[in-house]
Write a protein that binds this ligand. Structure first.
Ligand SMILES: O=C(O)c1ccccc1NCC(=O)[C@H](O)[C@H](O)COP(=O)(O)O
Length: 210
């Protein structure tokens, strides 16, 4: 199972989290987020990595040109689209960046929002389900209603996000079988400052599932 730890801002934390077992690190390329990092800051974290992990840039309504530039400048190998990007936009991005994994995040406000997934299946590699928040795009700490996701079985891989913590992750995984999980605020001290003790506890809980 993939384990993405998102909102990395510090090189030493990124490296430690990768060594603890994360298969992907997420970098917030959304100005205004308390976890925002520049392409140059991402590059420093990437250069510090002593193990191989996916490096996922998180974007919100950014142009294909800007994303392409940030990919070139930062060393990321996957792009997560976390706002209202259309399937047409995803298709355009795929043409611009054929070698890069494209992850489309769906923020689930009502059970009907899950139906949006169908229109992205042919133009992205991976889906991510996150909780909806009126004012924040991500990193909210809000959980999804896992019971209602039990019939969500898309034909492409998907990641479960939204309010996961070392304490509740096994409850979620008892109900659901995502291809991976994504955590941010549940393993932090403050936004952008990861708590390595919480990350360690997460991997202890996950055990052989990773
Ligand atoms: O984390 C942010 O600050 C953020 C800002 C703008 C767009 C997306 C953002 N995060 C996206 C993520 O992938 C988070 O890991 C995801 O929302 C889960 O966060 P959490 O509920 O805190 O585990």
């Amino acid at each position: 199972m993939r384990v993405k730890i998102c909102g990395i801002t510090k090189p030493e934390q990124g490296n430690a989290i990768a060594k603890l077992g994360a298969t992907a690190l997420g970098f917030i390329c959304v100005p205004g987020s308390p976890r925002y990092v520049t392409p140059q800051q991402i590059q420093v974290v990437v250069n510090h990595l002593s193990v191989s992990v996916d490096r996922i840039g998180v974007f919100a309504n950014t142009s294909t040109e800007e994303i392409t530039q940030i990919v070139a400048d930062s060393g990321i190998n996957a792009v997560q689209l976390h706002s209202n990007e259309s399937p047409e936009f995803c298709q355009k991005l795929r043409q611009a960046l054929p070698e890069i994994e494209i992850i489309k995040a769906l923020r689930i406000r009502t059970p009907e929002c899950l139906n949006q997934a169908d229109s992205y299946l042919s133009c992205v590699d991976t889906l991510l389900l996150d909780a909806y928040h009126r004012k924040m795009l991500g990193g909210t700490g809000k959980t999804l209603d896992w019971q209602r996701l039990q019939k969500f079985r898309p034909s492409i891989p998907w990641l479960l996000a939204g309010g996961l913590t070392p304490d509740n992750v096994l409850d979620a995984l008892t109900l659901l079988e995502p291809s991976g999980i994504d955590l941010s605020s549940g393993v932090e001290r403050t936004p952008g400052d990861k708590d390595l003790k919480k990350v360690t506890r997460l991997f202890e809980k996950l055990g052989s599932r990773v």
